[in-house]
Design a protein around this ligand. Structure first.
Ligand code: GUN
Length: 171
């Protein structure tokens, strides 16, 4: 029997993913609930959590958002994904996650807590890009802020075009 090719829709079904508020699709795969919670300034958190995260042609952008926790990203399958990171000093770092290591793509990416991050699926033959994230201290909505276009462009006017592309507008 011919193997069924992997598509965005059969990945969403097989991995049981749901739409993420930032764009894309996700499912939490792990939380360290067999260990003591970690006391943070924001309250108790799991030591670590993990998700699958998928970008597709229909939902190709993970909008700018801010996390307190460190996040490790691991690329699995599909087309490369471009990451835009705005550091606290306003500097912009752009890099690509993917499997073409010889072309400079990264299979693993560490994003420290305290910076703004957005991701965008690059054009390719698959129409999706699948990664995993490991978050420590574990993800909690209280530690996350979605990027507000007006606020972010006021804070980082040098990145206006990028911010407008990678945030949701009011209109
Ligand atoms: N981003 C990274 N981890 C998570 C998670 O567990 N839940 C949600 N909603 N977003 C995340």
């Amino acid at each position: 029997m011919k193997p069924r090719s992997i598509t965005a829709s059969n990945l969403i079904l097989t991995l049981d993913l749901e739409p993420h508020g930032e764009g894309g699709f996700f499912r939490r795969t792990y939380q360290a609930d067999h260990r003591d919670m970690l006391e943070t300034t924001g309250g108790p958190r799991y030591l670590m959590t993990s998700i699958y995260y998928l970008l597709t042609e229909e939902s190709p952008v993970g909008q700018f958002h801010f996390n307190q926790s460190d996040i490790l990203h691991y690329f699995h399958l599909g087309d490369p994904i471009e990451y835009s990171l705005i550091h606290a000093d306003g500097s912009l770092q752009t890099l690509v996650m993917g499997s073409n290591v010889l072309a400079g793509q990264q299979p693993q990416l560490h994003v420290p807590g305290g910076i703004w991050k957005a991701s965008m699926l690059l054009n390719g033959s698959d129409g999706f890009g699948l990664i995993s994230e490991a978050v420590s201290p574990g993800f909690d909505f209280a530690d996350m802020e979605m990027g507000n276009r007006q606020k972010l462009t006021a804070q980082y006017p040098q990145h206006r075009t990028l911010i407008e592309k990678l945030t949701r507008g009011e209109d």
